[in-house]
Design a protein around this ligand. Sequence first.
Ligand code: FCB
Length: 449
Amino acid sequence: MPAASFHFPKGFLWGCATAAHQVEGNNTNNNWYRWEQEGRTKHKSGLACDWWGGRWKEDFDRAAEAGQNAHRLSVEWSRIQPAPDRWDEEALERYRAMLRGLHERGMTPLVSLHHFTDPLWVYEMGDPSTGSGRGWENEAVVPLFEKFVRKTVEALKEYCTLWCTINEPNVYALSGYLSGDFPPGKQDNKLAMRVLANLLRGHAAAYRAIHEIQPEARVGYALHYRPQAPAHPASPLDRLMRNIRYSGINLGFPSGISTGVMRTPLGNFRVPEAKGTQDYLGLNYYSVDTVAFDLRRPRELFSRAYYPKEADLSPTGFIANIPEGLFQSIRWAQHTYPNLPILITENGVEDPDDRLRPRYLAQHIHQMWRAVNFNWPVKGYFHWSLVDNFEWERGWTQRFGLWGLDPETQQRIRRPSVDLYAAICRENGLTSEMVQQYCPEVFEKMFPD
Ligand code: FCB
């Protein structure tokens, strides 16, 4: 069979995504640090990847040498604004240095302004006895977030025009207020929706503020988009459960941005100022859930989500390798927002031994290429992640890096996927030779005779 190659449009962004708390280390003034001290995570973040100690330099060198031309990172609100009436100019200067560091290495920065963490003073504000709620439960957080965004964008605008207001607002709300895995560990579905509505208000305020400061900015957010498949498509109950979960997980923010009314299975929230507030859609895609009706699970609204038995599972069972789901996600995005640019802001798999990652990477990039060939406007791909980092409540049990990390010694370990991804970035595409070299087990599937 002749060699095949799947190329991407000129100027396509290829990079990795990271988040402040997961890589910086010694982030002691936010809700996640508190959560770690309370023993709610498998491990503590500690030094993480020691980016705050300066190791971002060597990691950006690695990324640049591996052909990456972009990087998505987040800034930590609690460092920039350690108290309501205090700005830390030195912290802003460090972020400026990081962004300069990316430019010096020929990489385009994408900056997220909120990636799961809140300063302790935000986490603790409000007085639940008066019904005002804490953190994002309380609408009073919206102008505070806007103020932080204004200050940060003013300081960083010289080096960045591509902004992500909030990372995975749906995961923030559902994990913090429904499953209870994230702080504050509540299980209250109505509250989860109120938090989501406030995040949408925060996003809208940030969108407008950024454009006021920097008219040429491109502003979006990162949606964790999770396709859901009914266990038995012929079963009306499975389909019903699938639809409820699908809209509950995925559609709150998108409906709010389309119409100004955030639709959820638990009711609608009017957020008129959110209408039209995105210049691109950020898609974080990892996997697809199978959903079945299950009478034994009243707390999960009588449904069960799982991966099929035959799934190509990651070592901790966290992710099933279902590359077609990325194609479906992009198709959904461009149907929902015709012509709106799409960035894959996260995609990856936890795999310390790098057995699954090469095929996961190649197969997902293949599906993204299929989407690009429908002229759907996918403009870039950010792999999660560059180096193993602190995976929230799962601590260090999951290794998502192209490079491995020993958090004790800070030693980086090059995994074979580094070279596969480098070849893809340099080629601006994927070739059959790469698949043959790095993941021959899927060669036949990807290039049938
Ligand atoms: C996403 C998060 C990111 C990382 C990956 C594995 O939900 O945005 O911080 O934890 O999952």
